[in-house]
Write a protein that binds this ligand. Structure first.
Ligand SMILES: Cc1cc2nc3c(=O)[nH]c(=O)nc-3n(C[C@H](O)[C@H](O)[C@H](O)COP(=O)(O)OP(=O)(O)OC[C@H]3O[C@@H](n4cnc5c(N)ncnc54)[C@H](O)[C@@H]3O)c2cc1C
Ligand SMILES: *[C@@H]1O[C@H](CO)[C@@H](O)[C@H](O)[C@H]1NC(C)=O
Ligand SMILES: *[C@@H]1O[C@H](CO)[C@@H](O)[C@H](O)[C@H]1NC(C)=O
Ligand SMILES: *[C@@H]1O[C@H](CO)[C@@H](O)[C@H](O)[C@H]1NC(C)=O
Ligand SMILES: *[C@@H]1O[C@H](CO)[C@@H](O)[C@H](O)[C@H]1NC(C)=O
Ligand SMILES: *[C@@H]1O[C@H](CO)[C@@H](O)[C@H](O)[C@H]1NC(C)=O
Length: 604
């Protein structure tokens, strides 16, 4: 617990508290730490013990700090070990030993999870930090790339840009986002209208299951389907993606247009009407935020055209004469970020800089930046999909609500184009034809005190509630990658009907297929069939967990199906090969582990 003592701002009471806590933890965890180390050392084929960090290791704090892109939980939950494997082979002992000891595993690639579920848990856990597994192999003849799942988007873009000026990948905006999390949750970005989601451009994947076996597409087509939008951590550890690279022109045009919301209602409506129907090469997303001192709600149209300025200008004249963008505007020196219009003709990789608010003249190396920001930024986010334009009254409400808050933001990403051509069941991401755009809501703060964070989150929840009449209904849908645990977790209530509520928000009809897949995966010892089960890819407390209340199993001896009504919630760790048990499993980590030892003893 050294890291806690290193933080200088603490008062003496807090120090006392931390001291007591660390004594408690030291007592409680040392046994597991020893057990884990001992277990790992029995796997001689790998060097994993050299890449394991406990809270006393000097590197532990910096790895964890880098991991926590949303540091809201910094003071509340830490892994008892961080495992940072340098080869795929080192992952297997981590899985098998955690499973043996009964520790949870949290899989962390880029650490951008909005709710922090890749780096926190209420139970003792090991954080599997994949960021050293970031090798990228590009095959320009085949126009594909094998990308290890710990690689960031920036690392992927960098590797592509080093090799080709006319290839790109439809990833997302933020360079430090992990390909592990982004692609397994879908992946929206400025190329989505032309090429679909990141997940739509995966041609193969390698993953490790709970028994340490490596699977690829050919070996398990169902799993391959699931991890392209269904979330990775519910199914295993994704080791690498094989991605289809896409062709981009040598010259692309980026432009942004600033407006005030209160004087641009018509423009806003027009954007809603047509942004999803524009030619696929034209992507115009909309950021809505508060304009600093003036306290005005601002619109910021951030756009990309896959082609030169001279093609774009006539298109805009046709679709958005209101932007009043002229050829001249695109060849200005010294335009400032706050300018009403900005436009540049650039390479595709420079357009990525622009979307991430970096200078377009930046060196390629900005893509690789992994520094830990000195200024902490805390946030909460959520999302919606929109199927019909929001009426005047909706925008009035949004403007009113935005003016109550200092750090709100909505990002509206148009869909349509390629997204309309892909069927809802092609991947778990079901939000295809009929959806006009996605809304991402966020609120940020820089003082993480209880009172501030509570107030900020209350504001976001209020906005989310007020948006209800204007967004997709039955179910009100959401995007998994903008994870919001307000939709539910399996924390208290284990009913299938509740899990279905948030499962269908993320996946609509695909929820059932994901669920049935998980059930089969979870218990290799007994074949579990259709169940009243709910499953928890966004469970607050677990990376890979499933719970059952009614279970249909196939008897090993007679092959006859049997329904087991477990009555109380039953917790099954998919790392278990022992399958279902009739005993409700204690929820907390200590109870779980003693339960597990009991089961193992009874089997041996
Ligand atoms: C600043 C910022 C910008 C963003 N921009 C975009 C954007 O442009 N487009 C977009 O679609 N999304 C965007 N997102 C959302 C982002 O896609 C998700 O937060 C995504 O889950 C992050 O992936 P990660 O690997 O960085 O996160 P992590 O926190 O490491 O992982 C997220 C989830 O995936 C699981 N996971 C990660 N790696 C693996 C693996 N190898 N195997 C199995 N499971 C794994 C984790 O256990 C966790 O459940 C953004 C988020 C932030 C914070
Ligand atoms: C283990 O580590 C040593 C020294 O760090 C290295 O020489 C060796 O190649 C590693 N072995 C494996 C299997 O990675
Ligand atoms: C952790 O707690 C300390 C003491 O209360 C506080 O000063 C600090 O800001 C907290 N850190 C985070 C990241 O919340
Ligand atoms: C928009 O808001 C500003 C600042 O509150 C105000 O001065 C202006 O008159 C408003 N414009 C319209 C069209 O309502
Ligand atoms: C948007 O579309 C609606 C319905 O087709 C139409 O009534 C409205 O005038 C359009 N608004 C704008 C600004 O284009
Ligand atoms: C742009 O800025 C540079 C450096 O400040 C200056 O030398 C140049 O004259 C400016 N160009 C224009 C068109 O204002």
């Amino acid at each position: 617990m050294l890291l806690l003592f290193q933080r200088e701002e603490m008062g003496s009471l807090q120090i006392l508290f931390v001291l007591l806590l660390s004594l408690f933890l030291a007592k409680c965890y040392s046994h597991e730490q020893q057990e884990l180390l001992h277990c790992l050392s029995t796997y001689s084929e790998s060097n994993i013990t050299q890449n394991i960090y406990n809270p006393n290791s000097p590197t532990y704090t910096s790895i964890l700090e880098y991991a926590q892109k949303n540091p809201r939980w910094w003071n509340s939950s830490h892994p008892i070990f961080i495992a940072s494997p340098r080869t795929e082979a080192e992952i297997r002992p981590v899985i098998l030993c955690s499973k043996k000891i009964g520790l949870q595993i949290k899989i962390k690639s880029g650490g951008h999870d909005y709710e922090g579920i890749s780096f926190r848990s209420e139970s003792p856990f090991v954080m599997l930090d994949l960021s050293n597994l970031n090798e990228i192999k590009i095959d320009l003849n085949e126009e594909t790339a094998w990308v290890q799942a710990g690689a960031t988007l920036g690392e992927l873009y960098y590797a592509i840009a080093k090799r080709s000026k006319v290839h790109g990948f439809p990833g997302g905006v933020c360079f430090s986002v992990g390909t592990g999390g982004l692609i397994s949750g879908g992946g929206l970005g400025s190329l989505t209208r032309k090429f679909g989601l990141a997940a739509d451009n995966v041609v193969d994947a390698r993953m490790m299951d709970v028994n340490g076996n490596i699977l690829d597409r050919e070996m398990n087509e169902d799993l391959f389907w699931a991890v392209r939008g269904g979330g990775g951590a519910s199914f295993g550890v994704i080791l690498a993606w094989k991605l289809k690279l896409v062709r981009v022109p040598e010259k692309v045009t980026i432009f942004s247009i600033h407006r005030k919301l209160n004087s641009s209602r018509d423009l806003l409506q027009k954007w809603e009407n047509i942004s999803h129907q524009l030619p696929e090469n034209l992507f115009i997303r909309l950021l809505i935020q508060n304009g600093g001192v003036e306290r005005q709600v601002e619109l910021f149209f951030q756009s990309q055209y896959l082609g030169p300025v001279d093609e774009l200008i006539p298109l805009l004249r046709q679709y958005f004469p209101e932007f009043d963008l002229e050829r001249n505007d695109c060849f200005q020196e010294n335009t400032t970020a706050g300018a009403v219009k900005r436009c540049y003709e650039v390479s595709w990789i420079q357009s990525a800089f622009y979307f991430y608010f970096r200078k377009i003249t930046s060196p390629l190396e900005v893509l690789l930046d992994k520094t830990i920001p000195t200024q902490k930024h805390y946030y909460k986010g959520t999302s919606d999909f929109v199927k019909t334009p929001i009426p005047e009254s909706g925008w009035e409400m949004i403007e009113r609500t935005f003016l109550e808050e200092a750090g709100p933001r909505m990002i509206l990403e148009p869909l349509g184009g390629k997204m309309n051509e892909i069927s809802e069941s092609e991947t778990p991401f079901s939000h295809r034809k009929g959806n006009l755009y996605n809304i991402q809501y966020t609120v940020g703060w820089s003082d993480n005190s209880e009172s501030i964070s509570t107030q900020k989150m209350a504001w976001l929840r209020k906005l989310y509630k007020e948006m209800e009449p204007y967004v997709a209904k039955s179910p009100r849908t959401a995007y998994l990658n903008y994870r919001d645990l307000d939709f539910g977790t399996n924390q208290e209530d284990y009913s299938y009907s509740k899990a279905k509520m948030w499962g269908e928000k993320y996946f609509n009809g695909n929820f059932e297929r994901l669920r049935s897949l998980l059930v089969l995966l979870s218990s290799p010892a007994i074949q579990v069939r259709s169940l009243t089960v709910f499953w928890v890819s966004n469970c607050q407390f677990c990376a890979i967990h499933i719970s059952f209340s009614m279970v249909e199993v196939v008897d090993q001896d007679t092959s006859a199906p049997r329904i087991i009504d477990v009555g109380n919630p039953l917790y099954i760790h998919p790392f278990d090969s022992v399958g279902a048990s009739l005993v409700p499993i204690p929820f907390d980590g200590v109870g779980y582990r003693s339960w597990r030892r009991g089961v193992l003893q009874s089997l041996s």
